[in-house]
Design a binder for this molecule. Structure first.
Ligand SMILES: C[S@@+](CC[C@H](N)C(=O)[O-])C[C@H]1O[C@@H](n2cnc3c(N)ncnc32)[C@H](O)[C@@H]1O
Length: 415
């Protein structure tokens, strides 16, 4: 595509709005496009690509550019990531700036810059990971995520959906771990496809799909998705229950639960009860104490495992926000644990990469007694899924091609 001065100006303006990191970049960009209604599809695509492209390499580009500002960052991205030639850019930037960027070194960078992670994140990862693994993780997190869908087992069959999509010319393949997953090579607008509109498929990362398997809810059981949000996991669990029994979908965010409603309608499930709660200590929660067979806690977390989708998130989190989240996670997990019958199953999951949001939260509950860890690797093997990351599941984009993801399965003692 041909770069023009107005287009460069638009990308610069949009980036400027994103770089205060007060709101999620995708929300800022949507608002920006609403204000620039006349922009054509190709120009929008360029602006979005430039903004997300800079965000993915923000630490590196900030080192490369002598006086980093949104415009020079976009120019540095065009040269370093898009491989644009100096000649194509000479009408937009001084020759010294172009030369400086072109000759900037790419080797010998400090680990946090090469991995595109904040220093404090690298410090928190270091006790559990080698520098080489942190670098591989950081590099994988810089790549855009593939588009994964989950076939709704209540309505459709994966092989049939796969064959249909292939027949329609989509480049798709079955996901390696989830029995319901299909991965697209491109990013088509799948939310307009008839299979999406009739609830046969939902967009969901493969890692998230595995949670329903780990929870293992059966027909007729009493189950709760404690942090249901817009119901990504709820719908997978409800399908496994074949729309029988009862599946409570709790959340404190009214808007997210509202977003669950149309998805629920499409899914054809009639066993889900969305329930807005004020907090994890709400009386509606306490009323269910000791009554449930399975509870999923897909806890609010730093989201650092999803940086492929939200590269700005790492700059909107801090050690303080993580500390606050860990207090919340521990409190929610305890409240959720009280709902289980003896022998009932509790799954704790996050899309964080940090041990303090993951293993530490689970180990603290285990140390109090009352629960036993059920090895996730053995459970997955029972489903013929060869995914062995040890007794707790830790998925990494560098190793598994999924978002960064953590899950632990616990059983309430005393059955
Ligand atoms: C990681 S998201 C869940 C995503 C969701 N499970 C899905 O698959 O779409 C965490 C959710 O926890 C909710 N949350 C935060 N505090 C909570 C609390 N005290 N009790 C229940 N849910 C809470 C948030 O509103 C958010 O929707």
């Amino acid at each position: 595509m041909e770069l023009t001065a107005p287009l460069l100006q638009l990308a610069t303006q949009a980036l400027d709005l994103v770089l205060d990191f007060k709101r999620p970049a995708d929300a800022v960009l949507s608002a920006f496009f609403r204000e620039h209604k006349k922009l054509g599809a190709r120009d929008r695509a360029f602006v979005a690509e430039a903004v997300f492209g800079v965000l993915r390499r923000y630490r590196y580009l900030s080192v490369v550019v002598p006086a980093a500002n949104p415009r020079t960052l976009v120019i540095a991205w065009l040269i370093k990531a898009r491989g644009m030639s100096g000649a194509a850019l000479e009408q937009f930037a001084k020759a010294e700036l172009i030369d400086h960027i072109r000759s900037a070194r790419t080797d010998d960078l400090p680990l946090p810059v090469a991995a595109e992670l904040p220093d404090w994140v690298v410090d928190k990862l270091r006790p559990a990971m080698s520098d080489a693994d942190i670098l591989a993780l950081g590099r994988a997190l810089q790549q855009p995520a593939p588009l994964d869908i989950r076939v709704n087992a209540h309505k459709a069959d994966r092989d049939a959906v796969l064959a249909r999509l292939q027949g329609e010319g989509y480049a798709v393949e079955a996901t390696p771990y989830s029995p319901w997953g299909i991965r697209f090579k491109e990013h088509p607008a799948i939310n307009r496809h008839p299979l999406f509109l009739d609830g046969s498929i939902e967009v969901q990362d493969e890692g998230s799909q595995l949670l329903a398997l780990l929870l293992g809810a059966r027909r007729g059981e009493m189950v709760c998705d404690f942090c249901a949000g817009a119901g990504g996991k709820t719908l997978g669990i409800g399908a496994m229950m074949a729309s029988t029994g009862r599946l409570y979908a709790f959340d404190v965010a009214e808007k997210r639960l509202a977003n669950l409603k149309p998805r629920l309608a499409r899914s054809g499930l009639s066993n889900v009860m969305p329930q807005l709660i004020a907090s994890e200590t709400d009386t509606r929660v306490k009323r269910l104490a000791g009554k449930l067979d399975r509870v999923l806690v897909d806890a609010p977390c730093s989201g650092l495992g999803t940086l492929r989708r939200n590269p700005d998130l790492k700059f909107r989190q801090s050690p303080e926000s993580v500390a606050e989240l860990t207090r919340k996670q521990a409190s929610i997990l305890r409240a959720a644990a009280r709902l289980l019958k003896p022998g009932g199953r509790l799954v704790y999951a996050t899309c964080s990469l940090l041990p303090e949001e993951n293993e530490a939260i689970v180990e603290a509950l285990l140390a109090e007694g009352g629960f036993t860890l059920l090895p996730a690797n053995e459970l997955l093997a029972q489903h013929k899924i060869s995914l062995d990351t040890g007794p707790m599941l830790r998925l990494s984009p560098a190793v598994h091609g999924t978002d960064g993801f953590f899950a632990a399965v616990l059983v309430k003692n005393g059955a």
